[in-house]
Ligand binder design. Sequence first.
Ligand code: UT7
Length: 323
Amino acid sequence: MTRRAVVAGTGHYLPERVVENAEFEATLDTTDEWIRSRSGIERRHFAAEGETTSDMAAKAAERALADAGLTVDDVDAIVVATSTPDLTFPSAATMVQSKLGMTKGFAFDVQAVCAGFVYALSNASALIASGQADRVMVIGAETFSRIMDWTDRSTCVLFGDGAGALLLEAQEQPGTNKDRGILATDLNSDGRYKDLLYVDGGVSTQSTGHLRMQGNQVFRHAVEKLASTANTALDRAGLSAGDVDWIVPHQANIRIIQGTAKKMGLSMDNVVVTVQDHGNTSAASIPLALSVGKERGQIKEGDLIVTEAIGGGLAWGAVVLRW
Ligand code: UT7
């Protein structure tokens, strides 16, 4: 038997304020048509004034607990993937811990930008497999609206805010690739590409900074690296693209999502797409898509899922799991 990290519950939270593409036409030299055709984005949610990453993360986590029929006392650890924590420290994860009323266990953040949730899932799976935790709440939460340069039309129309959560729990499974739970992961980064997507500020440079991106360069890397990491993770699990029920990709651009599916030889009928409604929510995009995909009735128990993401670093990776 093998100890696997199995999804016991999901939840998500989106801030109330919805911003349609057309709103940007008033302040920027852009159009709804450009944004829609180049990125697939139609709208995104922005956090309210004073609403923080840990507020959204805690709401998503509460919903995942309710979905699993468990309480915070059943959780051993919280891992939050974010690049936009409330404060420099403590971690957003400890703030979530406090908001949930959890006084035991441990909590920490993972920072791998848009690949953050894939990194967090991989870490949580290792914590469970090694026996360090029985139940881990894995959350992706971001308030990218706080690091936008609102005069830069090439970036500010692309991102949104939100949070998604997966409650993982240890289950003894037979130890084959038919098991439920996380079956394989693949993580990568290459800091030579740090200038393609970054924030031009931070603690040791004494500013908050704004997101800067050479979008077309990131695009070029994305399709190739995403298909490759997804296939590597599938290979590690002894599976191939033909076994996949759902690709649940990072939601940055519909053209990247389509290109990756095509490269993997899969149809868009096998892809959960939320980019039109959420924009790019960085580390929150995959758990949001998993939670929404389940709510829509797309993702069902037993389905084989591959998640993949790429972002600042560059950092990228994939996780193969059976729901
Ligand atoms: O989540 C982290 C990973 N990030 C990504 O995966 C994002 C990857 N990149 C992309 O999604 C796409 O590259 C973008 C959506 C960012 C841009 O699409 P593109 O087809 O690569 O366009 P481009 O950057 O090559 O720009 C084409 C033109 C440029 O004008 P010129 O130089 O051809 O005259 C831009 O100035 O579009 C212009 N442009 C805009 N026009 C209207 C850029 N932003 C806008 C805008 N409205 N908002």
